[in-house]
Design a protein around this ligand. Structure first.
Ligand code: NAD
Length: 261
């Protein structure tokens, strides 16, 4: 049997998708035929313009729905407002870099809420919709930091390990159905979240921007290259394909060999 990837007739919800990896995944799923629902916590013209651009180029339906993934009720309402969900990509995430004794409590709470708890809330609302449709895919965006740690990223590493645990549990609870749940673990991708942590990391290590990229970030990535949002879009699309129907409860690393070290 030949496997092609045709996601037409599917609706994909991607949290945190007005930039970076989430947007790359939205484009890839739309190019494979899915209607996509984009999200972030803002409600700007440019957010809706992104959805319009995707619709125009791919011929699929793309919408943007504002919801703050730091708030459980808004996570749940996001899925309800979308109306249907065949594919759920839990991607929204933030980062903060500081040693544990100095780590601000509000940053810890926000990272756990956005990077971990939001996926619990959206999954809880999406699974009944997938069950009704008899098919579903949950793709959680974890990180190389879901499998290994770095200093000064306590909340992020805890949340990303947590999402791997949630992924395994979701997979076991859906194992006998045509629903899969997997986590993608990217290494460094040069998006806003990485750009924003460069100044703090420069401060922590006393390094220049170039030194942080070379000696802190890509030092752990044996390929010595950033992964790209297009590559992550392709990986997520594959996990939504029929060829991936028996892949569930696992992690897929897109990290240039980081976790092989
Ligand atoms: P990004 O900053 O471009 O994207 C983060 C997205 O989350 C944005 O769309 C942002 O608007 C959204 N977001 C933030 N707070 C939100 C909130 N309260 N409610 C709703 N949306 C919110 O960065 P990115 O690199 O594209 O990150 C996407 C995901 O990939 C994150 O979960 C991140 O942890 C993960 N990741 C990134 C890298 C990397 O190197 N860039 C590596 C591993 C994992």
């Amino acid at each position: 049997m030949a496997y092609t990837i045709d996601l037409s007739q599917k609706t994909a919800l991607i949290t945190g998708s007005n930039s970076g990896i989430g947007l790359g995944i939205a484009w890839a799923l739309a190019r494979a035929g899915a209607d996509v629902v984009l999200n972030s916590f803002t409600d700007r013209d440019e957010d809706h313009a992104i959805a319009e651009a995707i619709s125009k180029e791919t011929g699929t339906k793309a919408r943007y729905i504002k919801a703050d993934m730091s708030k459980g009720e808004e996570c749940r309402q996001f899925v309800m407002d979308a109306g249907h969900c065949d594919i759920l990509v839990n991607n929204a995430g933030i980062q903060h870099v500081a040693p544990i004794p100095d780590f601000p409590v509000d940053k810890w709470d926000a990272i756990i809420a956005i990077n971990l708890s939001s996926a619990f809330h959206t999954t809880a609302m999406a699974l009944p919709m997938m069950r009704k449709a008899g098919w579903g895919r949950v793709v959680n965006i974890s990180s190389a930091h879901g499998l290994t740690a770095s200093p000064f990223k306590s909340a992020y590493v805890a949340a990303k390990h947590g999402i791997v645990g949630l992924t395994k549990t979701t997979a076991l609870e859906t194992a006998k159905e045509a629903i899969t749940c997997n986590a993608i673990c990217p290494g460094y991708v040069l998006t806003d979240i990485v750009e924003k942590q460069i100044p703090d990391t420069m401060k922590e290590y006393g390094m220049s921007r170039e030194e942080v990229i070379k000696n802190v970030m890509l030092v752990r990535q044996p390929s010595k290259e950033f992964a790209t949002v297009e590559q992550l879009g392709g990986t997520a699309t594959f996990l939504c394909s029929d060829a991936a129907a028996q892949i569930t409860g696992t992690t897929v690393s897109v990290d240039g060999g980081w976790t092989a070290l």
